[in-house]
Ligand binder design. Sequence first.
Ligand code: NAG
Ligand code: NAG
Ligand code: NAG
Length: 294
Amino acid sequence: MKFLPILGLVASLTSTTQAHGVFSTLFINNISQGDGKCLRTSFAADNISSPITDIDSPEMACGIAGQTPAPDTCAIKAGAKLSFEFRLWASGSLPETGNNSHLGPMAIYAKQMGDASSVDPAGSGWFKLWEYGYDEMSGTWATEKLMANDGIVSVQIPSAIPTGKYLIRPEIIDLHNLEASPAQFYIGCAQVSIIEGSSKPLRVPTDDMVSIPGHIKASDPGVHFNSHPSAIKTFPYILSGPRVYEFHGAKEITEVAFGPLNDPSRIVSAPALASSMTRPIAIRGAGRVRHREL
Ligand SMILES: *[C@@H]1O[C@H](CO)[C@@H](O)[C@H](O)[C@H]1NC(C)=O
Ligand SMILES: *[C@@H]1O[C@H](CO)[C@@H](O)[C@H](O)[C@H]1NC(C)=O
Ligand SMILES: *[C@@H]1O[C@H](CO)[C@@H](O)[C@H](O)[C@H]1NC(C)=O
């Protein structure tokens, strides 16, 4: 793999890419693991924030380059809070948390992997941990909640989940540009090892288990609902994919989704920075100082 100098990366993005959004950073219990750490996501300069639009592509599983294992697997305890940061560009060189004209639903999926560091993520075994579509009361799409929350979406990993290696996959489906393009998927995967979970094997009912690609069909109404502000809409918006699989006690998982993080420093530790420097992703240093925290 060719590693680009950071400045070159930013410059080429500026000139060639229409930026959309990219999953850049994993947080465990509110603490950043460092940009790019434990992530399977696209770090290629020319498509660093591009969506997947081919719903049958293996890249639907973990995104562009998602079949390449991450060098690191992050250990988390069952019951931990995981947060996923989306940015307009992975480098954070623009302050935006994503393209705010992008409107649509979000979901978080998981898949147990025998060996998270080598297995191809495409195929069966995926189940849904959380989803959010459109809130008719407030007139808000999931993506608007995401941007209002500094690009952060969180999920509480069920404490009853079996111990093992998993990929955790946040998914944004942008529906604002359906007149010109199919639904746009923004995805990536966190590569994690869940510890102190249930010692029983994972048993998700077959109805709740899906293949990715394949979890959403091209004909699914959920990917044909034009979210553009000027489009005529007939609510409710029906979410795509399987229903959320509820491990017992799983009500806990919905409440943290668009809540704040509590990472007082947002300082990425030096070892984490050094490690993410080995990937072709630009680092913006000591976490991001967020206006609302000032
Ligand atoms: C956001 O998306 C719109 C529509 O696709 C595009 O015209 C615009 O250039 C994008 N903005 C940024 C900052 O990438
Ligand atoms: C993304 O960019 C990389 C590096 O140039 C290239 O190999 C890959 O084919 C691109 N993928 C897509 C979907 O454009
Ligand atoms: C994360 O931060 C939120 C907001 O301050 C707080 O309510 C929550 O308890 C924190 N969670 C953990 C696991 O530290």
